[in-house]
Design a protein around this ligand. Structure first.
Ligand code: ATP
Length: 238
């Protein structure tokens, strides 16, 4: 069976600086796969490349067995890849409802869109309660929920989440992680970039540890969670 996403020897450079130095991994349909690693490891660069926002300097990316190279970002969304970016990038002056609808801009099925807006409100009730308010009035954690809800509005086959736990209180983080588990249970395939290795590995089927542009260790979430070098480097153990 072909994987939903296959990344082979992917290289990405900013000018002369190679930020991603030949990484390979796959994401099977229905899995949660996480990329963990410290600041500057190349995780965000990888997601931005998969979204078509950056051009790879080498390697191959296949989505449903077909190459993604050279396909522009808006086409990539229409193929079924949605990206909830780091720093959220919601539209602060638009309402919460308007922000969600922007995530469905390629869709024409009005009834389906309504249903998915409702699903976002079911997943994150605070968004429903405040649907008519400007999104900029939401807290950081609530904006993260909105960014996730908006990414889901394109009905993605692959949902890419860039550091959804960043800057969140432990309770908010717990909520986001529970939502990821719920999304997986409903069949969504997720590629999760996280600095919070404990949280990410606890729910991931597969994990890859990135350091300075390379994947240095791969395994199941459970294996990596128990790996001594991971525990020392990423889970703060002596
Ligand atoms: P973080 O968690 O801090 O976002 P990351 O693993 O996502 O880290 P990237 O943001 O992908 O890492 O950065 C990888 C490397 O590329 C870093 O050395 C970073 O300084 C560099 N880099 C990122 N964006 C640019 C850019 N626009 N121009 C030049 N270098 C960049």
């Amino acid at each position: 069976m072909t994987a939903l996403l296959e990344v082979e020897d992917l290289r990405v450079a900013y000018g002369k600086i190679e930020a991603v130095k030949g990484i390979s991994f796959t994401v099977e349909a229905g899995q949660v796969v996480t990329l963990i690693g410290t600041n500057g490891a190349g995780k965000t660069t990888t997601l931005r490349t998969l979204s078509g926002l950056l051009k790879p300097a080498g390697g191959r990316v296949l989505f449903e067995g077909k190459p993604l190279t050279g396909i522009p970002a808006h086409k990539i969304v229409s193929l079924g890849i949605a990206h909830s970016p780091e720093g959220r990038h919601i539209f602060p002056r638009l309402t919460i409802a308007e922000n969600l609808l922007l995530g469905a801009y390629l869709r024409k099925d009005k009834a389906g869109i309504e249903k998915d807006v409702q699903r976002a409100y079911d997943l994150f009730p605070i968004l429903g309660e405040r649907r008519k308010q400007a999104a900029g009035t939401l807290s950081g954690g609530e904006q993260q929920m909105l960014a996730m809800g908006r990414a889901l509005m394109s009905q993605p086959k692959l949902l890419m989440l860039d550091e959804p736990s960043m800057g969140l209180s432990p309770i908010m983080m717990q909520k986001i992680m529970e939502t990821i588990v719920e999304l997986k249970a409903s069949g969504t395939t997720i590629l999760l970039v996280e600095q919070n290795a404990q949280a990410a590995l606890s729910l991931a089927d597969q994990g890859h540890v990135m350091e300075v542009g390379k994947v240095v260790l791969s395994g199941t979430g459970a294996d990596l969670l128990h790996d001594e070098s991971v525990r020392k480097a990423y889970l703060g153990e002596d």
